[in-house]
Design a protein around this ligand. Structure first.
Ligand code: COA
Ligand code: MG
Length: 272
């Protein structure tokens, strides 16, 4: 894909050893598909998943397809990388990173394929800026692994993840790359999913990683500007078009600055 702005609202993990899930994913409305060889796949199924993922890489066009390999330090990582590299997905997602050195080591082996960095260890959170600056195309918060390594517990409002969420967003924005929120594990509570998506959008994430087809529509809606947001953005654009010399304007009782014009233009670019 060569679009300047890639829509990455919904990013679905698909366990690569599950043929039914691979088949189903072809018809789903997720913006990106992550074929997973790592946490979703049991050790006995690693080889099968690798073969199936490589065979399926071309099946989801025009969506971006990412393959998440096992950590290069694991027994499967090197074999995953060799096979996946030949299949040429849009990107390879690297789990369990610690620092920029890990990214640089992977880059030396990946023939220029884009890399997505999982931020899911405490060290990677603290090193998020250097990882983002080491030549990856996206940061992906891996909140389940992170909570495990923090010794923390899942909290409904994710207050214990908010420092990591913000660090991911800051690091990604400083490097000019994409940033994607972690998964929502409760498949039954759609209200809670909506809150989590909205929170991610409010924090500045471009989209959210998902685990189930039933989460896609709600997530896409949460990361798409609403009709009200679009109308408000148009009014800001029109106000500055009518006052091209103005640095700051009053619009409907509220101050709007030139930076709001940039936000409005960005909103409109994401609306289509
Ligand atoms: N991608 C594509 N299809 C999926 C899917 C996924 N992530 N999760 C479920 N489906 C499919 C199922 O194959 C099933 O298809 P069918 O109706 O045509 O048979 C349908 O969606 C309904 O699935 P359901 O029965 O509700 O889910 P489940 O109980 O089989 O599985 C999970 C639940 C959580 C185990 C499963 O969704 C999953 O494996 N998700 C991904 C987990 C993952 O990748 N984790 C690592 C990253 S955190
Ligand atoms: Mg994980």
């Amino acid at each position: 894909m060569s679009k300047a702005f890639k829509s990455r609202r919904s990013i679905l993990y698909v366990p690569a050893d599950k043929p039914r899930a691979l088949e189903k994913a072809r018809g789903l409305d997720a913006d990106c598909i992550i074929l997973d060889l790592e946490d979703a796949v049991a050790p006995e199924a690693k080889a099968l998943a690798r073969t199936a993922a490589c065979a399926a890489v071309g099946d989801f066009s025009p969506r971006e397809v990412i393959v998440r390999i096992n950590a290069l330090s694991s027994p499967w990582g090197r074999k995953d990388l060799a096979a996946v590299k030949a299949a040429r997905p849009d990107a390879i997602a690297l789990p369990k990173l610690k620092d920029a050195e890990d990214v640089i080591a992977a880059r030396a082996l990946t023939d220029g394929i884009a890399l997505w960095a999982m931020i899911e260890t405490p060290r990677s959170v603290l090193n998020a800026a250097e990882i983002a600056g080491a030549g990856v195309a996206a940061l992906v918060l891996g909140s389940n692994d992170l909570l495990k390594d923090m010794g923390a517990r899942h909290m409904p409002d994710r207050v214990n993840l908010q420092a990591a969420m913000s660090l991911c967003v800051m690091a990604a924005r400083a490097a000019g790359i994409a940033v994607l929120d972690g998964v929502h594990n409760d498949l039954n509570d759609m209200d809670a999913l909506a809150v989590a998506c909205r929170q991610a959008r409010d924090f500045g994430f471009d989209g959210k990683t998902l685990i189930h087809p039933g989460q896609i529509a709600l997530c896409n809606a949460a990361f798409t500007p609403s009709p009200e947001e679009i109308a408000a953005a148009r009014r800001v654009v029109e106000a500055f078009a009518a006052n091209p010399q103005a640095g700051v304007l009053m619009l409907e009782g509220r101050m709007v600055e030139r930076l709001d014009l940039k936000i409005a233009v960005r909103t409109l670019s994401r609306a289509t």
